[in-house]
Design a binder for this molecule. Structure first.
Ligand code: SF4
Length: 694
């Protein structure tokens, strides 16, 4: 990154990487962005940032950006550059033709958690109001969909309960299935500050993450469980709390359904959930389970932070429910310093879920089967909305292979790289007759596309992102879109080409429509966001400047709901051929599949994905530090360099998934969460052996 003197002007906007949602001052000379300075008034970051938000914006100007629309008759044909009019006409005619031939439910959309709330709202509106079906899904399907289900069932709303500031009043922190130091660095700094001030830490993770080894943090409990056994550990913690009478009975009686609690208490009290029985399943010593449970129940304000190590399992939704149970059991929801906090991976995972991207929910998490809710949108949009829930991403791909799903508009998401079972994704895409990819780069999914619509970066548009604490932050246009149109404009042009009468001239009008149709956003306007800097939803008449803490006077659903959390072992089993368990994560300097971070000028960031393996497992295989190994599963195989470390236990290996060459999703299975189909990325039985390289 070259910094180029005193800037001529600056624009306040929001980082487009992780769910912390840091505010930045983008400084420019002319139309050239010269520096991103963390904004001291940003309520999520308070003047701090990490390396990605501060420096990794070079991709927006990268030569790989595709700036002209392209079409082709068949995916074996070469791409042909065309005008926007021609590309949109081609796409619209194909999609309409498919609907005439195969029915209105034969096409659909996939939205992106990278895009703004306004863009996401428009894409699901395209499906419901123009395609006339509910075939809309989001990349949150493969990350936090179990959060939506689990917190919705227990608390009544699918979001974190408290703001980041609240951590400063927390006494005991559980971090489960998350690595904030790498995944959410600015929040991790605040958490470490609180831990240095004396808060206690319980980490539940197969890997010894950085927080555990921090020299400043004493008495950290690390429950290094076998991958895939989160539910058993969380239930065992509840067992200790209930059988030792450590629960907050007054809170439960006042705030929760007592009958459901009684049933749950009976369930968790069974001997099969005792620490000793759980040790056999999970590998976590019984004494450690008991000590952690006592600490969480008696140590003061308790808060739970979790990530994809919770959700990306066949029992992801069950673990989210178990986490909510633990918080209610100990009276730890509804005041500062306590709560349940999903750490969202992408910048706008929260927002993409809020905006109705799921095939069964309209904006604001309201079911499409609810005629009263449909009527609100039918009046606003002037259409009749299909009352039948649509297809999830894996169902779209299945239906494509079966021949009933024919066309897809995919905005800002590379499903061939990021979704599980790459071969199946490729088969599904190849079977479709119109795939429209709308992205910055010619990504892997575009190999199967018939239309490529150039996307715009976060620097080139207005809108909002909603971070992990429900904070709606403004994204402001720093420069004109290099491709000619912001993403929301492209979606509108496609809708118009298909006959819609949409006529938005600025994203603020889209937000006004969201506010008019969605109670939790009823008070949100761009004027309010400009005045306040940001607000946390619900923002409405009752909470005119937003809601930092949820469930203060009662749960959104009324009484909090305890639900049994029966542990069911994943179908993915180790055995003689595949004796090790692979789990995955991220590194600080890279982001997801690396489409943005790998396209920066700073080559230091181009670290390869490594396979972490315990020295004992390495030694018996003759594997040495830095040597090539073959990583093989029942699904496929790839080659990586080995890193020997006792961060992972014997029997467990770990890698990141930032580089296309790693092909982590060639290895992973197609098992998924029972409630939401979120893929089980975090548990794969593998064999590791010496290799000569790729
Ligand atoms: Fe961006 Fe997240 Fe880093 Fe903040 S912590 S600068 S939001 S990547």
């Amino acid at each position: 990154v070259i910094e180029m003197g005193t800037p001529e002007r600056s624009v306040i906007t929001t980082c487009a990487y992780c769910g912390v949602g840091c505010s930045f001052k983008a400084e420019l000379n002319g139309d050239q962005l010269v520096r991103m300075v963390p904004w001291k008034h940003g309520k999520a970051n308070r003047g701090h940032s990490c390396v990605k938000g501060r420096f990794a914006y070079g991709y927006a100007a990268h030569k790989d950006r595709i700036l002209k629309p392209m079409i082709r008759e068949a995916i074996t044909d070469p791409w042909q550059e065309v005008s926007w009019d021609e590309a949109l006409r081609f796409a619209a005619d194909r999609m309409r033709g498919l609907q005439e031939k195969h029915g209105r439910r034969s096409i659909g959309v996939i939205t992106s958690s990278r895009c703004t709330n306004e863009e996401t709202y428009l894409v699901q509106k395209l499906a419901r109001g123009v395609f006339m079906n509910n075939n809309t899904d989001t990349c949150a399907r493969v990350c936090h969909s179990p959060t939506g289900y689990g917190l919705g069932q227990t608390f009544g709303t699918s979001a974190g309960t408290q703001d980041f500031d609240s951590v400063e009043q927390t006494d005991v922190v559980i971090v489960i299935g998350a690595n904030p130091t790498d995944g959410h660095p600015v929040f991790a700094s605040r958490l470490k500050k609180r831990l240095r001030a004396g808060a206690k830490l319980i980490v539940i993770d197969p890997r010894r993450i950085d927080l555990v080894k921090s020299a400043h943090i004493e008495a950290a409990h690390h429950l290094a469980l076998r991958p895939g056994t989160n539910v058993a550990v969380v239930t065992a913690l509840a067992h200790v709390i209930v059988t030792e009478g450590l629960m907050d009975e007054a809170y439960i009686r006042e705030r929760c359904d007592w009958d459901e609690f009684s049933d749950y208490a009976e369930f968790v009290s069974e001997a099969r959930h005792s620490p000793e029985a759980t040790e056999m399943l999970t590998g976590v010593p019984a004494d450690d389970l008991r000590a952690a449970a006592r600490l969480f129940a008696t140590g003061g304000n308790g808060a739970i932070y979790y990530g994809l190590g919770v959700t990306e399992h066949s029992q992801g939704s069950t673990t989210v429910i178990g986490i909510a149970n633990l918080a209610m059991l100990t009276g730890n929801v509804g005041r500062p310093g306590v709560g349940v906090n999903p750490l969202r991976g992408q910048n706008n995972v929260q927002g993409s879920c809020d905006m109705g991207s799921f095939p069964h929910e309209l904006p604001g998490y309201r079911h499409v089967k609810n005629a009263d809710v449909r009527e609100i949108f039918e009046r606003a949009w002037g259409v009749n909305i299909d009352p039948e829930p649509g297809l999830r991403i894996p169902n779209m791909l299945d239906a494509a292979v079966e021949g009933t799903f024919k066309g897809l508009y995919c905005q800002g998401e590379d499903i061939l790289q990021s979704d599980p079972d790459t071969k199946h994704v490729a088969s599904g895409l190849a079977a479709m007759e119109c795939v429209i990819v709308h992205d910055l780069f010619l990504n892997e999914t575009a190999n199967y596309a018939h239309v490529f619509l150039p996307g715009s970066s976060f620097l080139e548009k207005d809108g909002t992102f909603t971070n992990a604490e429900r904070r709606i932050n403004r994204v402001r246009k720093v420069m004109a879109p290099r491709n000619g149109y912001a993403d929301w404009e492209v979606t509108q042009l496609l809708a118009q080409a298909m006959g819609a009468d949409w006529a938005y001239t600025h994203p603020s009008q889209i937000m006004d429509e969201i506010a008019a149709t969605t109670p939790s956003f009823a008070g949100v306007t761009y004027d309010l966001l400009d005045a306040e800097g940001s607000v946390q939803w619900p923002c409405n008449e009752a909470h005119p400047v937003g809601t930092p803490l949820m469930h203060v006077d009662g749960f959104m659903r009324g009484k909090g709901r305890f639900i049994r959390t029966e542990y069911v072992a994943t179908e993915e089993r180790t055995g003689a051929r595949f004796p090790l368990l692979l789990t995955t994560g991220r590194i600080l300097s890279q982001y997801n599949v690396g489409a943005q971070t790998r396209r920066t000028e700073n080559t230091v960031w181009h670290e390869a994905d490594l396979l972490e393996i315990h020295p004992h497992d390495a030694e018996v295989r003759g594997i040495t530090e830095g040597g090539w190994v073959k990583l093989a599963s029942r699904s496929g195989e790839t080659a990586l360099r080995a890193h020997l470390t006792d961060k992972v236990s014997p029997g467990v290996v770990y890698t990141t998934f930032h580089h296309p060459d790693t092909q982590a999703n060639v290895i992973t299975t197609d098992y998924s969460d029972w409630a939401t189909n979120c893929p089980e990325y975090k548990v794969t039985a593998v064999q590791v052996s010496l290799s000569n390289g790729p």
